[in-house]
Design a protein around this ligand. Structure first.
Ligand code: COI
Length: 351
């Protein structure tokens, strides 16, 4: 695998494969003796952790993470998007896997300081940004399944382009009938590492069938669309924008919520409700399904060109990016980069 040298990357602003390159500094804070050690929390050079082979996260996966982005425009202005929402969601994820709560203001301030320090790393080309990955891992050097007593909270930064290998071109999804990502009462509503481990086998099988990602169905009835894992999902049926209602097993995406709020405020009809695979297939067959798109921090707003179910393919619209998808992409990225006014108060300008 070829990693790009930091200097090269800073200068050239190109070849930004998702999550392969990291900046010079990171933030780190530990939890020990019953509390987060705010006093010794620091921004320090990016470097590996040294962990005992028995470290609990390696065995039982007690880990949570977040993803958000910093954007820089041609004038050198730096912005982050709804970042306190990420802090609050991480806190809720911690609760679900018994990681002690942290002070969201302290970690948010650390994130801001780190991004400001590393602002030269933020790429400016269309579709690029600085991906911010806060995460927490359990670090007890002991075997035995219980809530750990030691943790590391860290923030790392990665200059990125498009999440999917073929850029912002439409992706293909395989509607998975057999494996399940999440069920009500499980962890699917939270951003915990185990959700992603549980999704990899289906992703590999979807890739072997020639699809980019898995579109998950609900675990109870195997009939309702849920999400993609790397993004939430939206369907445009008869001109109405429909997205699966959050019911405990779907990640409450911040880009998802922003899309709903944006479209509603601009007069689009938006419905958050159950969407069955049969409804989507029928709409595809009678021509009323005109668009499908995914939303996520990494995926941004990603058009879906086709989906497969039970061995048959369904082309979405004309297979290209639809009008509403393009509108949401342009509006959200416009607000994020400062090209469009932020009437919602979503953006925090750092520089
Ligand atoms: C994000 O969109 O930030 C995520 O964490 C999704 C992950 C699959 C990259």
């Amino acid at each position: 695998m070829k990693f790009i040298k930091c200097k090269e990357l800073k200068d050239k602003n190109t070849d930004l494969k998702f999550g392969r390159n990291f900046t010079d500094y990171m933030f780190m804070m530990t939890y020990h003796d019953g509390e987060w050690d705010y006093r010794n929390a620091c921004i320090k050079p990016y470097e590996p952790f040294v962990l005992d082979p028995s470290t609990s996260v390696f065995h039982y996966g007690q880990a949570v993470f977040e993803g958000l982005k910093a954007y820089k425009n041609d004038k050198g202005e730096v912005r982050i998007f709804r970042s306190m929402d990420n802090m609050n969601r991480m806190l809720e994820s911690c609760w679900r896997v018994c990681i002690p709560a942290f002070d969201t203001e302290v970690v948010h301030n650390a994130l801001v300081e780190l991004v400001k320090l590393e602002k030269d790393w933020i790429p400016t080309a269309e579709g690029t940004s600085l991906y911010i990955r806060p995460f927490i891992i359990a670090t007890d050097p002991a075997l035995g399944v219980h809530a750990a007593k030691n943790y590391i909270l860290a923030i790392i930064l990665s200059p990125v382009g498009a999440y999917y290998a073929h850029g912002f071109d439409p992706v293909s999804l395989y509607v998975e009938e057999h494996y399940k990502r999440a069920c009500k009462g499980g962890t699917g509503h939270h951003k915990v590492a185990v959700n992603y481990a549980a999704s990899i086998l289906a992703s590999e099988e979807a890739a072997k069938r020639g699809y980019d990602q898995t579109l998950w169905l609900d675990a109870q009835e195997n009939k309702y669309m849920e999400e993609v894992g790397s993004m939430n999902i939206f369907f445009v049926i008869n001109g109405v924008v429909v997205t699966p209602a959050l019911g405990g097993s779907i990640l409450p995406g911040i880009t998802r919520r922003s899309t709903v709020e944006l479209l509603m405020s601009r007069g689009y009809k938006v419905e958050e409700r159950k969407v069955s695979v049969d409804e989507v297939i029928n709409a595809s067959l009678d021509g009323s399904l005109t668009e499908i798109f995914g939303t996520g921090t990494a995926a941004v707003v990603s058009p879906v060109g086709k989906f497969g179910y039970k061995g048959r393919d369904y082309v979405v619209g004309d297979g290209n990016m639809g009008k509403i998808t393009k509108y949401v992409y342009d509006e959200l990225t416009g607000i994020q980069t400062g090209k469009k006014p932020d009437e919602f108060g979503w953006v925090e300008r750092l520089v």
